[in-house]
Design a protein around this ligand. Sequence first.
Ligand SMILES: NC(=O)C1=CN([C@@H]2O[C@H](COP(=O)(O)OP(=O)(O)OC[C@H]3O[C@@H](n4cnc5c(N)ncnc54)[C@H](O)[C@@H]3O)[C@@H](O)[C@H]2O)C=CC1
Ligand SMILES: N[C@@H](CC=O)C(=O)O
Ligand code: NA
Length: 457
Amino acid sequence: MIEYRSLRVALLGAGSVGSQVARLLLEQGDELASRVGAGLELVGIAVRDVDAQRDVDLPRELFTTDASSLILGADIVIELMGGIEPARGYVLQALNSGADVITGNKALLATHGPELFEAAEQVGAQLYYEAAVGGAIPIIRPLRDSLAGDRVNRILAIVNGTTNFVLDRMDVHGETLADALAIATERGYAEADPTADIGGYDAAQKAAILASLAFHTTVPLESVYREGITGVSKVQVDAARENGSVIKLLAICERLTDPETGEEGVSARVYPALISREHPLAAVHGAHNAVFVQAAAAGDLMFYGAGAGGVETASAVLGDVVSAARRHVVGGPGVAESTHAKLPVLDIGRVVTRYQITLEVADQPGVLATVARILSDGDVSVETVQQSIPTTTGVLTVPSAAVISGNAPVHGHAAPTATLVIGTHEAEEAALAATVEALAASDVVTAISSVLRVEGS
Ligand SMILES: NC(=O)C1=CN([C@@H]2O[C@H](COP(=O)(O)OP(=O)(O)OC[C@H]3O[C@@H](n4cnc5c(N)ncnc54)[C@H](O)[C@@H]3O)[C@@H](O)[C@H]2O)C=CC1
Ligand SMILES: N[C@@H](CC=O)C(=O)O
Ligand code: NA
C-alpha cells in the first residue's frame, strides 16, 4: 500500500452539506488519496453545538466550537456555515494563512467576492466555489475555464432549487406555496432562512456570481434586479399551463447595448417569467437546476442537474477539494478570476423582453381599440390578443401604480367584464411599465390581473 503525506482539511459547518462532505471524506479517504497523491485528513469540524442531533453519524471527537483554532495549520479549509459573519472572518483568516478555501456560500461571494479573491491572490491561495451556483452541476469551472476563450452573450438559468420545487409542486400537484416550501425545507433544499429562496435573494446572489464570471466584470449584488415568487398565484400558474407555458424563477445575465449611449453593458436580473413548455428549461422539475448558456462560438449549451440537497452539493465541494489538493501536490499557479472588462451594469428599465398582460375590461364596443391605442402610444407592440367569455366582477380598489408581475391590484365597478390576454412583441421594460400604468388608469380597464415577462424565445 502506498503511503501518502497528508493534507490537513478543516471543515466549518456540519449541516445539510457539511455533514455529507465529512461523511464522504471519511468514507472515501483512500480513493481520494489515490486521486490526489496525498491523504486528506479531516482534522476537525467547527459547529455551534457539538452535541446537536445530526442526520449523519460522525465521530464526536472531530467536533469543536473553536473554528479559529481549527483553521490554524490547515492546508484546506471548507466553509459550509453559510451567512456573512463569522464566515467572512474565517475565510479571510484561512486565506491570509495561505490555506486554500472551498466554499458553497453564494451570499458571501456575492457581497464580499472581490475582497476574498484579492486576499487569495495576495498569498497565492485558491478560493474555489463550485457548490455556490447550481449545487452539484459543474458550471463555475466551465464558465471560468472551458469557456475562457469564448464570448458568453447570455445565460438563462434556473438556479434556485427551492423555488423551482415550489413552482413545480404548484403546477403539477396544485399545492400551495406554503405547503410546497415546507417540504423543500424538510428536504434540506432551502436556506436557513427560506425568505432567501422565495424572495429571489439566493438566485440574485447566484446571478451576480454567474454574470461576473461570464462577462469578466464585477457585477455587484445591488445591481442585480430581483423579484421573488411570493406574488405568483395559483391562477397564474393554471393559466400558464392552459396556454402551453410554465412559470419559472429565472436568473438572466446578458450583454446589452445601452440605447442612450450605444455602449455595451450587461444586465443581471431575477424574476418569475413565463416560458414555453417546449423550452428545455420547462422540463426542469423539482429541485433541479439548469443553466442555459449562449456563447458566440460554442452556441447553445445546457448544464443540468441537482441544484440543491446535501449529498448532491457535497459532490461539487469534494471536486473542489480534490482540485485544491492536487495543486498542493503538483504545485503551479492556480486559477484566477478575470474582471478586466469592467462593463457597466444597465438598469432594469433598459431591458428588452416580451410580456403577457392579463386585463379585465368593460364588455362594451370600442374597448379593444382603446386598449390597442394605449399600448401603441406606449411603444408596446401587440403580438397576440385572446378574449374570454364575459364575467361579472365585484367592486375593488383602484391601484396607484401597476406592477410588472405578481397579483396586480384591481379597480372598477360591478359591471360585465371580459378578460383580455395580450402578448406583446419585445418592448423596453421602462416603456412597458409606463404603459401598464396607463392601462390601469384607463376607464375601460377594470382590473390588471397579471403582468408577466415571457422569456426563452
Ligand atoms: N443546502 C443546499 O442544498 C445548498 C447549500 N449551499 C450553501 O452551503 C452552505 C451550507 O448550507 P447548509 O449545509 O444547507 O446549511 P445548514 O444551515 O444546514 O448548516 C450550517 C452549519 O454551519 C454551522 N454554523 C453556522 N453558523 C456557525 C457559527 N457561527 N459557528 C460555527 N458553526 C456554525 C451550523 O451549526 C450548521 O452545522 C450555505 O452557504 C448554503 O448557501 C450551496 C448549495 C446547495
Ligand atoms: N437554497 C438553495 C440551495 C442551493 O444553493 C436552493 O434552493 O437552490
Ligand atoms: Na455547481
